[in-house]
Design a protein. Sequence first.
Length: 158
Amino acid sequence: MSPAPALRALRPDDLEALACLHAECFPEAPWSRGELALLLAQPETAAFLAEGEGGLQGFILLRRAAEEAEVLSLGVAHRARRRGLASRLLAAGRAWLGSGTERLFLEVAAGNAAALALYRSLGFRAVGRRDKYYADGSDALVLRRDLRNLPDDNLDNP
């Protein structure tokens, strides 16, 4: 079995590989290298990558504002799924957010049972729905996880 991918912050020369992996994970609405560069140039935005044998295996993009933060995108390569990598990436994002962030939000396709199961296991709860949010007309669920005062914060213990 190969070693677990290493997690690290995005570097400028990673943008092309990140765009390719984003397209693999989200073929219906991939973000281009240019779109990613513009997004990541914004203040209070960060990206973390999981890199292992065969290159980039996963990513998380986050943005924080005051006491809240949002997972903008989270993806894991098909070949690396079901190995805990998404949980590790969320933990890296949580560490970057620090103790001043009280709530973490994200949107997920209402029909994505695997992602919903993961997020629910990590303490996310549905707080809203965005009708016809995605390009294919499917709905998104808005999920939230409170980050304050949780002694068993499993995002910090991947």
